[in-house]
Design a binder for this molecule. Sequence first.
Ligand code: PLP
Length: 816
Amino acid sequence: MVAASLTKDKIKESIVNHLHCTLGTDENKANNHAWWKATCAAINEQVLEQLRKTQKTHYFNDTRAVHYFSAEYLMGRLMSNNLHNLGMFDATEQALHELGINLTDVMEGEPDMALGNGGLGRLAACYIDSLATMELPALGYGLHYEHGLFRQEIQNGAQIERPDSWRDYGNPWEICRPESIQEIPLYGYVETKYGHDGRIQKEWHPGLIVKGLPWDIPIVGYGGNTVNVLRLWESQASDYFNWDVFNAGGYLDAHAENVKAETISKVLYPNDETHAGKELRLIQQYFFCACSLKDIIRRYKRAHGDDWSRFVDQVVIQLNDTHPAIAIPELMRILVDRAEMDWDKAWNITTKVFAYTNHTLLPEALEKWSVRLMEHVLPRHLEIIYEINQRFMDEVDARWPNNPGIKSKLSIIEEGGEKMVRMGHLSVIGSYAVNGVAEIHSKLVKEDLFPEFNEIWPTKFTNVTNGITPRRWLKACNPELSKLIDSKIGDDWPLHLDKLRELGKYADDPAFQEQFMGIKRQNKVALADEVMKLTGIEISPDAIFDIQIKRLHEYKRQHLNLLHIMALYKRLLENPGYDMHPRVFLFGAKAAPGYKLAKDIIYAINKVAEKVNNDTRVNHKLKVVFLPNYRVSLAEKMIPAADVSQQISTAGKEASGTGNMKLALNGAITLGTLDGANIEIAEEVGDENIFIFGNTVEQVNELWANGYNPYDYYYKNPEIKAVLDWLESDYFTPGKPGALASIKHSLLEHGDAYLALADFESYSEANKAVDKLYRDKKAWAKAAIINTANMGKFTSDRCIAEYVDKIWRLKPCNVD
Ligand SMILES: *Cc1c(COP(=O)(O)O)cnc(C)c1O
């Protein structure tokens, strides 16, 4: 621990000094914001010192580094994380306490950095935490969105989107680096020239040049030695280019170009698992990739000049999904057009630099850009993509002669309707490694999504099951449980999460069970207070806290959860003595603003909640809570209080899931399908300690092959019929019959694409098993402890170790 030796008195002195000298206020006048900023400034003294040492050490050792390219980073708040990773948490808490200030209140004032939608962005955040912790040379690259994911309000049950302005009070964690600005071309046309040696030369004459201004967020590893950076690019108007227009008398045109340039990093697209195909989004992707590549090459040239021969030894670029796939033709452009390298040599370098992580099999999420749009925005890149494709098609022809079917299937260019560029194909062809994010998902990537690519390059495909950082998702978010664990097995589990397995020997120990469940109850009391504050709904900590938190999507099946809640409600109305332990169903979920049915499901959850919570016939046994504005900081409050973790996606649809890992780590028992990492969680905890239900991937395929008909279930199961008909009535929306009918229609007329009805009965039975186990306090406590004890596999440190071993070939570099 680098900073652990920093005393409470020194921290106190530094905070007061920053209040006075940085913020121009004092202890008596300072508001919560000022205390937050002064505390950040005190922490930054440590952070920036280690950042400087890390950069010097990496430079001095000329280390190979991984460059993580991601359009999203869902960082959440940084203060608690940085304090824990620096080993300064307790001393800072005491220092503030002596100043009459509560650290928790200060931390609560920090806005979330919500520069991501959900799992993919949070994964990037966990990975950069692990990279720094494991002292690996790494840079994260992404976009400095002015507005992160929208803030969700609920009005009369419906989601309303409000802008997120996370930097309104400034961001004390970031450093602006104007000395590293990059200029990025867009639009225009390509000129073909012939060089003196007869070689064809392509010259791109851009129609617009924009500037990329880097902001560096220091990423503090646990232990505080290595501090890597997350470099996020902000777009700005390029002065000289626009001055030309200005001087030519086009003031308004110049201004319009400024607006265009500055729009690029304005907003995060709020779509999760859908591809919209919007021009600005393509520009965002190209903008941050081009800035990042220039940055990487500048750094490489500082050490190696124009000698490209060592580039592949120094640089590996991990593409977090296909969002940064345009970096592949961009590197080719730099090598072929700018460095005047032969195509084959350039391709040999490029395909040794990139590795690609696939995150989804959902057809609507697979990125494809129209050729027309790409030609307009990136004319030279389109040419390069065509060239890559032509050469690849020749290989396909050699392997499968006279087989136009296979050629059209494998081509980067999709023909038929409007011609499209398939970014997944480009990523596989341009990368030396392709990984899925859970065993089952990687198997489906190989067998269903890219079977022929796997035949051509069998060793290219691999799996790295996702993980989460235990520093944020146990130590920081659940301090009481963490202290209990420390007292039993020592305090190095945040670095060696497998050690949690030693807790297994206390699973049957009545005293430990009582302590473990006592902490769970305390966390439930705290969440109940928060629920009261946020919604005015009273919930009892004696009830089962059953939690489903994740983006709202039909494949994640929040509507299956809702149908079951309605069935419970109906059972209680028909039989007031219906035997069930009191249960609170809690939801947190944002819907993409354009995803109508997802918003309808949020509305339906809220309307059912309103009815149930106010129905005195049932509300001592059943409550439903929808917490608005689900985000990292809310997850940190909900997860430690969960008894049940709902992970109920249609088998084959959830690539991995990481919420499932966070909840199980905090002692929640999973109620889930055999999908994504649920399968591996079940392997770790054993079948007795998880509630598995529903059709498997094989059974799902069989259902579709046999002509799945949701009406069969509607007519066969009276409970299904009753709740679906109930949705169409005005029971939950008095005076507005049909307000919830779209959900019924999606499940019947529109074919129930995610098989909610096919899994309902099995889900209902699994829920009965949950209820039964919970009433056996000891059996539940044992299962909960076993869940925490067996989550070692899911530390993101294990993932990073696998990436290093299978893909990156990196060595740690000791700083200090
Ligand atoms: C972990 C996390 C997710 C991902 O949850 P899944 O259940 O895996 O979809 C989404 N949003 C936030 C805020 C998270 O912390």
